[in-house]
Design a protein around this ligand. Structure first.
Ligand code: J7C
Length: 421
């Protein structure tokens, strides 16, 4: 963890109010309820502060607190600001930039096309909902490649107006009905047999559009209906990231023959405290075989489960190298509606065609040399931001066990990465 310069051990404690309930883990974290008043004694890292509640002291997650004393102003602020940031979110989906990026992503778009194609017979006469249809590509595939009785194409952004035109332009208006609105608020005349959506964000969950899919499932999917994707997995691998490390950190060692190392703590703060989206890892940079750390079943997953998702990992290093960080990606699986049909999958990992999601890199504070046979084991925790509902913090805890003929030693590490708040 990066030590904060504003270590306030000697200063008088500051008063904070908690924003939501929190259950502490381990012996040194405090549990609290929403609205509790805490005294913060020290801020040793940007994520974990040392605080006191009713005479008991322990660590608390900083993102759960807001300063006391500016309550009214703050409350006004939070209530004025939408925790879902819908105006900004749907605003960007009202422009073409992201739709172009998604549609240009062949692996993504072709995976959905393949799902429709390989289920075309079973889709006959079915009622389909395409949640967050964007420009309507999945709905259009349904209408073109199968004969569903109707596809409800639901889109909250203003793109929906164009989607309607695209449906008409491609003569699919008999089948596809575009409904503009948030999936949580729209009304359908009937329940659906199939709920299809492309909801995945960076590191699978960022944006938390998955919540809209779960709510739509509970409200509109008929019993025994199909959800596409039907399940999802998040995969992790310890990796080298030599060129990124050199570019952002080693750079300061000797640029133009000068010692710029006093800038390294700043570089650290600026480049390594948040994950790096849009990282493309070479298969060769994986130090071990990857491991699925989180698995989501879209039929049983509940909205409340999204608050905290935990996973475990156990990797065996396959070749000597430098452990710079962890890389994460996801895979989604589409079950078949047809009796003997095969599952289609969309894998965004380094051994598949690159997608617009690329991979997510979590850099350690310091690189560690590892040897074949070393074991890297630990846990991952995705904690949703209690205030900003589209954001989360990813916490990694790891233990490196090296065993050579004559020595055995172990190193532990932990780091939390806000994405983005
Ligand atoms: N209701 C309707 N449309 C939505 C919703 C919702 N609750 N959430 C997201 N969308 C739309 C959004 O406007 C965009 O066109 C697409 O779904 C987002 C796809 N994002 C992704 N990460 N796959």
């Amino acid at each position: 963890m990066q030590a904060d310069k504003e270590d306030e051990d000697d200063a008088s404690p500051e008063e904070y109010v908690t924003l939501s309930d929190f259950t502490g883990r381990g012996f040194d974290q405090l549990s609290f309820s929403s609205g509790d008043k805490l005294l913060v004694h020290a801020k040793p890292t940007s994520e974990w502060w040392w605080a006191e509640l009713q005479g008991v002291v322990g660590y608390v997650p900083a993102s759960y607190l807001r300063p006391d004393g500016v309550v009214e102003e703050e409350e006004e602020d939070t209530s004025l600001q939408d925790p879902w940031q819908d105006e900004e979110y749907f605003g960007t989906y009202g422009t073409l930039k992201l739709h172009l990026e998604m549609l240009s992503d062949k692996s993504r778009t072709e995976a959905y096309r393949q799902v429709i194609l390989s289920n075309s017979t079973a889709l006959g006469n079915k009622v389909v909902m395409d949640l967050g249809c964007g420009t309507g590509i999945i709905s259009l595939f349904c209408a073109q490649l199968a004969q569903p009785s109707v596809v409800y194409a639901v889109e909250a952004s203003s793109m929906a107006e164009y989607t309607r035109q695209l449906v008409k332009q491609n003569s699919c208006e008999e089948v596809v009905t575009v409904l503009q609105g948030r999936a949580e608020e729209i009304e359908l005349p009937e329940q659906v047999d199939v709920l299809v959506s492309e909801w995945m964000g960076n590191c699978l969950l960022f944006e938390f559009m998955v919540e809209s899919v779960l709510l739509a499932r509970d409200r509109w999917l008929r019993e025994g209906g199909m959800i596409w994707p039907s399940s999802a997995a998040l995969t992790l691998v310890p990796c080298q990231a030599d060129s990124y490390y050199t570019e952002k950190m080693a750079f300061w060692e000797r640029p133009y023959g000068l010692d710029f190392t006093p800038l390294q703590p700043l570089a650290h703060q600026e480049f390594f405290t948040k994950p790096k989206f849009s990282h493309l890892i070479e298969p060769d940079d994986c130090l071990t075989a990857p491991c699925d750390v989180i698995y989501l079943n879209m039929y049983t997953l509940q909205v409340k489960d999204l608050e905290e998702i935990k996973g475990k990992f156990h990797f065996r290093v396959e070749k000597p190298g430098v452990f710079h960080g962890f890389t994460a990606w996801f895979t989604v699986y589409f079950e078949s509606l047809e009796a003997r049909g095969a599952t289609v999958e969309l894998n965004t990992g380094p051994n598949s065609e690159p997608t617009h999601w690329k991979q997510t890199l979590f850099m350690l504070d310091r690189p560690v040399s590892v040897s074949a046979g070393d074991v890297i084991a630990g846990t991952i925790l995705l904690r949703r931001n209690p205030v900003w509902r589209r954001h989360m913090t990813v916490t990694l805890n790891w233990n490196i066990n090296c065993s050579t003929e004559d020595t055995e030693n172990s190193q532990v590490g932990t780091k939390s990465f806000p994405m983005w708040r």
